[in-house]
Design a protein around this ligand. Structure first.
Ligand SMILES: O=C(NC/C=C/[C@H]1O[C@@H](n2cnc3c(NCCO)ncnc32)[C@H](O)[C@@H]1O)c1cc(-c2ccc(F)cc2)cc(O)c1O
Ligand SMILES: [Mg+2]
Length: 208
């Protein structure tokens, strides 16, 4: 049977990127998405870099592109937990993360965000996160944010970074973080990955 897009993306990484070099993995995926097949990776334009997080949570790994983008910048000792409930995607992402040489900084958990958010404390010993990157099903941003609040995983200053707030769009989440007194929210205008369509990131700081 025909290979899947994630499998072809992984092949492009193994063919064109240097083992242990995260930037070459990112460039290989960007090249694949620009010149071979578009894929829903956050892309090389939507970037927010002034954060220096120690504990990062990513919702929706897909092929691990944003995982590599974030993890390559983490200082020693910092760690990123990424949740992916599709076993095929998780298998591809593990290999992309390994190719980048970032296994020591990244913990990929195969499972659904709503099942694992309540277990962060007892299973990973995580009290609160410094940064949460939301990039999974768009109708799950809001329920998972409320779940993280209820589980006490957000502290004063925790940053929520949400992809695709324009395209495909997450209207209920945007309305919540922009009107809630518990968040200070701002929009980073950009483009949908590898296209000219408008998209952007919403950065929301939890005020406690
Ligand atoms: O749909 C988009 N992303 C979804 C990502 C899903 C990934 O996350 C995984 N996932 C989903 N829910 C959960 C979950 N928990 C919730 C369910 O239990 N727990 C764990 N993992 C989860 C999936 O298995 C996938 O790996 C998107 C689209 C466009 C787009 C724009 C314009 C177009 F024309 C076309 C497409 C651009 C983008 O940047 C996009 O991110
Ligand atoms: Mg996205």
């Amino acid at each position: 049977t025909r290979s899947t897009r994630p499998q072809r993306l992984l092949k492009a990484v193994q063919k064109n990127a240097t083992r242990g070099d995260p930037q070459s993995v990112i460039s290989a995926i960007d090249h694949f998405c620009r010149h071979s097949e578009w894929a829903m990776n956050i892309g090389d334009e939507k970037v927010v870099n002034e954060l220096n997080p120690e504990k990062v949570l990513e919702l929706g790994t897909y092929c691990g592109y944003s995982t590599v983008r974030i993890a390559r910048l983490l200082p020693p000792g910092a760690r990123l937990i990424t949740l992916e409930f599709n076993g095929d995607y998780a298998a591809i992402a593990r290999q992309v993360i390994a190719w980048a040489g970032l296994e020591d900084k990244v913990q990929l958990v195969e499972g659904a965000s709503e099942d694992w958010i309540p277990r962060m404390k007892e299973h990973f010993g995580i009290e609160t996160f410094d940064l949460v990157f939301l990039d999974h099903w768009k109708d799950r941003y809001l329920p998972d944010t409320k779940l993280m609040e209820d589980c006490g995983l957000l502290r004063k200053g925790t940053v929520l970074l949400a992809d695709n707030v324009i395209c495909p769009g997450v209207p209920d989440y945007l309305q919540y973080v922009r009107n809630s007194l518990s968040y200070k929210s701002c929009y980073f205008k950009s483009h949908l990955e590898y296209t000219k369509a408008e998209d952007g990131l919403e950065k929301s700081v939890f005020l406690g």
